[in-house]
Design a protein around this ligand. Structure first.
Ligand SMILES: Cc1ncc(COP(=O)(O)O)c(C=O)c1O
Length: 287
C-alpha cells in the first residue's frame, strides 16, 4: 500500500491529490493546447484541487441561482483582511479599490488612466511576455529598463530610462512586476521606496502588477505591497487570487489606488467594472 505524499508541514501534498488521468480531463488552455501525449508545464494553471471554501462558495451560488451581476466591496474587504494578516499592511483602503475583469485588463485600464496613446510604458525585461503585447495593443510604446545581472531592478538604468521617457513631454508609466515574473525576484521595501522616489522625481506613474504576491511564502523573502511604501501615494496596483488559488477561469481582480491616485481610479469607466463575473468575485472573496 502506498501512503499519501505529505508536504513539509505534514499535510497531504495537494500536488498529489489528482491523477494525471483526472488532470487530462480538464479542458482549459494548459491541457488542450498541445497533443494528448505532451505533459504540459507551460502556463500558470495549478495541478491541484480547488480550495474547499472556493468550491463551497461557487456551489452555493449555483444552487441559489446567484448568478447575476457583481455588487459591493466584499472582495476588497477580504483582501484588506488578508493583507493585514499576511503582509502586515493595515492601510488597504477599500474605498480606493475597483473590481476589474482580470489583472492584465486591469493593467490596461490603469495605464489608460495615466498615459495617452503613443506614451512610453517602461518594463523590466526579462518580464512576463504579455506586458509587451497588451501595451502595444493599447497604442503605448514599450520601453525597456533591463534587470541587473543579479535579476534585481537596476535603479541606475531605471532612472536613466525614466529621464529619457519623460524628455519628450508626454506622460510615462512604469509597469512594475512585483514579485517579478519570470525571475521570482521579490523586491525589498528599500528597492520599492527607491522606485517610488525615482518615479516621483521624474513624474512617472507606477502601475504595480502584484498578482503573485500571495504565493510568496519563502522564509527569506517578504512581499511588500507597493502602495505600502513611503512615496508610493500616487501609485496604482493590481491584485488577484487567480494565481494563488488557480482561479484564472473565474474572472475577477482588484485595482487599488494610493491616496494620490484616487482621482485617477475614480475616472475608470463604469463599464470596466461590468467585466468581472459575479461568480468570479465570489470565488476570489472566498479564496
Ligand atoms: C505577472 C502576471 N500578470 C498577469 C497575469 C495574468 O493574470 P490575469 O489572468 O488575471 O490577467 C499573469 C499570469 O500568469 C502573470 O504572470
Amino acid at each position: 500500500m502506498t501512503s499519501t505524499p505529505r508536504d513539509q508541514s505534514g499535510e497531504p501534498n495537494p500536488l498529489h491529490a489528482l491523477t494525471l488521468d483526472e488532470l487530462r480531463r480538464r479542458t482549459s488552455m494548459k491541457w488542450r493546447t498541445h497533443p494528448a501525449d505532451v505533459l504540459p508545464l507551460w502556463v500558470a494553471e495549478m495541478d491541484v484541487p480547488l480550495a474547499r471554501p472556493v468550491v463551497r462558495a461557487v456551489t452555493e451560488a449555483m444552487e441559489l441561482g446567484d448568478t447575476g451581476y457583481p455588487f459591493g466591496t466584499a472582495y476588497a474587504e477580504a483582501l484588506a483582511a488578508f493583507a493585514g494578516k499576511r503582509w502586515g499592511w493595515d492601510d488597504l483602503a477599500v474605498e480606493r479599490t475597483a473590481i476589474v475583469p482580470d489583472v492584465m485588463l486591469g493593467v490596461v485600464e490603469m495605464l489608460r488612466l495615466v498615459t495617452d496613446p503613443g506614451d512610453p510604458v517602461i518594463v523590466n525585461p526579462p518580464v512576463y511576455p504579455p506586458f509587451y503585447a497588451f501595451v502595444a495593443h493599447m497604442d503605448r510604446r514599450v520601453v525597456e529598463a533591463p534587470l541587473d545581472p543579479g535579476l534585481r531592478i537596476d535603479l541606475g538604468v531605471l532612472e536613466e530610462t525614466f529621464r529619457r521617457a519623460v524628455a519628450g513631454g508626454g506622460r510615462a508609466a512604469y509597469l512594475l512586476c512585483s514579485p517579478h515574473n519570470p525571475t521570482g525576484t521579490v523586491h525589498t521595501a528599500e528597492e520599492l521606496a527607491a522606485v517610488a522616489a525615482l518615479a516621483e522625481r521624474h513624474g512617472v506613474r507606477v502601475v504595480a502588477d502584484e498578482i503573485h504576491a500571495p504565493v510568496v511564502t519563502a522564509p527569506d523573502a517578504r512581499f511588500v505591497p507597493y502602495l505600502s511604501v513611503p512615496g508610493a501615494e500616487r501609485g496604482l496596483a493590481l491584485m488577484s487570487a487567480s494565481k494563488g488559488w488557480n482561479l484564472a477561469g473565474l474572472k475577477a481582480a482588484l485595482a487599488l489606488a494610493g491616496p494620490g491616485a484616487a482621482a485617477d481610479l475614480a475616472r475608470m469607466p463604469e463599464e470596466v467594472g461590468h467585466g468581472p463575473s459575479h461568480i468570479g468575485v465570489l470565488a476570489h472573496t472566498a479564496a
